[in-house]
Design a protein around this ligand. Structure first.
Ligand code: SAM
Length: 251
């Protein structure tokens, strides 16, 4: 996989990628190029921003240094990769998008700073705009790192156990089941200590569905439900109706 990243604070990205499984993935499994638009500024002070036409607060990132950086990354990686801009008004980044990006040939992440980016760069050079949530960060570096982490940990060989991501939240349109570890004294569901793998799988399946039903029922709308899921959800629905009724009577 080939990944490019464009940032005026490359040291922020480098520092975060120096550690952990995702850092190792970047060093060993990915062809990674990180370039600053400052290298493509036309003046000695390496200016990458200017005042907005029409006035108003803040500065705007100029198109030429960004274009130079994207071209440089493209050339170094020797591939015409989609350019992904991190921006609060982009499409919401989620696990499904992470999976699709993990299966792709690669991409170039462009991070912004200041009040905005010259719209002509976005119109001409950006293929996808992604947001990591409805809030505004001071720069796109943290957003790019969020995307990189979520994508890279899905690559084969990055996590120790190939099954680690299989049952995680959002992977199959539902949340993860609860986990327990030593000590085993009190509070651990007996099924998990039974050694019966079929029962353990069934317990985990039910708990994952229950968590999703209680915390994020919206996820179930997108999930293909089989006979067992429908029966479990029906039971959960009856259970929560009973709980609501009991709550009303008490209070
Ligand atoms: N004026 C812009 C607006 O209101 O949409 C906000 C610019 S923000 C201060 C600077 C940069 O941070 C953006 O260009 C973008 O790269 C990044 N950024 C901020 N919030 C983000 C988010 N929620 N998702 C992805 N990137 C974000």
């Amino acid at each position: 996989m080939k990944i490019g990243c464009v940032s005026i604070f490359p040291q922020l990205i480098e520092a975060a990628l120096g550690e952990g499984v995702v850092g190792r993935a970047v060093r060993e499994l990915v062809e990674f190029e990180l370039v600053s638009p400052r290298e493509f500024a036309s003046d000695e002070r390496r200016t990458v921003d200017d005042r907005p036409f029409g006035g108003g607060p803040g500065m705007v990132m100029m198109r030429e240094p960004l274009e130079g950086a994207v071209d440089c990354v493209t050339e170094r990686l020797q591939a015409a990769l989609p350019v992904v801009l991190l921006t609060p008004d982009g499409e919401r980044f989620d696990q499904r998008r992470a999976e699709a990006m993990a299966q792709s040939e690669g991409f170039i992440l462009v991070t912004g700073r200041y009040e905005g980016i010259d719209q002509r760069f976005i119109d001409d050079r950006v293929d996808v705009e992604l947001s990591i949530g409805d809030f505004v960060l001071s720069g796109g570096e943290l957003a790019a790192l969020v995307v990189l982490d979520a994508v890279l940990r899905l690559l084969p060989g990055v996590l120790g156990n190939a099954d680690s991501t299989k049952d995680e939240s959002f992977m199959d349109g539902r949340l993860d089941y609860p986990h327990y570890t030593r000590p085993s004294d009190g509070g651990v569901p007996p099924t998990l200590l039974s050694g019966n793998h079929a029962s353990i799988d069934a317990w985990r399946h039910r708990k994952a569905l229950e968590r999703t039903f209680r915390k994020r029922p919206d996820l179930l709308l997108d999930r293909a439900l089989d006979e067992t899921d429908r029966r479990l959800l029906n039971e959960l629905f009856q259970e929560s109706s009973r709980e609501r009724e009991e709550g009303r009577q008490k209070g």
